[in-house]
Ligand binder design. Sequence first.
Ligand SMILES: [Zn+2]
Length: 270
Amino acid sequence: MPELPEVESLRRYLVREGLVGSTITSVKLETKPESPGGTGTIIGANNANGQTITNITRRGKQLALELNDFALGVHMGMTGQLHFLLPEEPEPRFTRALFTLNSGTRLALIDPRRWAKLQRFDSSAEAFDGLGPDALDDRLTADDFAGRFDKRTGQIKQLLLNQQLIAGIGNIYADESFHRVKISPARRANTISESKLKSLHKAVRESLEHALEFILNNPDEFGRPYIVDAYDDRMQLHRKLGSFCPRCEIPLVTKKFGGRTAYFCTSCQK
Ligand SMILES: [Zn+2]
C-alpha cells in the first residue's frame, strides 16, 4: 500500500510535470465506480470540468488537488496510481478516471483493485479532516510525538498506524522504524520510555526520508514514481518469509496486530 513516501513522490511528480496551473477540460469516469471487491469511490469528480488546479497538497497518505472552487481528494488505496499518459498512449487497463488538461495532456487514475478514492471536498482542509499531523511535518517535534503515545495503553504498532494520531505511517514503515530503534511492535506504548519514543520519532523520519529519496532516485522509464511494491532496497527489513534480522542474523517472526502483519526480531526488539 502506498504510504507517505510513495504519495509524496507522486505529489512531486504531478508538480514537476506541470499539473499546477493546468485547467481540466474534460473528465471521463468509469461507469461502474464501485465493485464488490473494493471500497473505492469516485464522488463529485465530474464537476471538475473547467477548474484550474491551483495547488497540490498532501497530509499523510491523502492528496488534495486544490481547484478554483473546491478540492479533489485523492487516496491511492492499495494499488492506485496517477500517471500522465504519453501523447499516443492508449488508455491503460484499469483506468478509473481520465482527466484531459488544456495542454492536451491526459492524467489517468489507474487502479486494478478499486480501493482508490477520488472525492470532492469543499477545501483541502476538509480533505485532511480527522488526520493527525503529517509524520514528516517539521512542526511535529520529538516532544509532541512522544506526547501522543506515552499515556496510551495500546500496543505501539496499532497506535503508530492510527492516522488520527500521526498521518502517513503504514504497516511497512512502522515495522522498519521499530526495527531501527529496537522496539517490539507488541510493546504497550505507556511502557516505552520518553527517550525511546523520541528515538522512534527519529527512526520514523529517517525511514520515511530514506524511502522517499530511494523512490525519487528510481523512477520508471517514463520518469513516473514507482510506488506500489515496497519490498526492495529502500528497506533494511526484508518483508518476506524466511528473511533474517540484519543485526542478529536470526529469522524474523511475523505476527498480526489489528489485521496487519508485522515482521520483527524477537532477539533485538524488546
Ligand atoms: Zn535482531
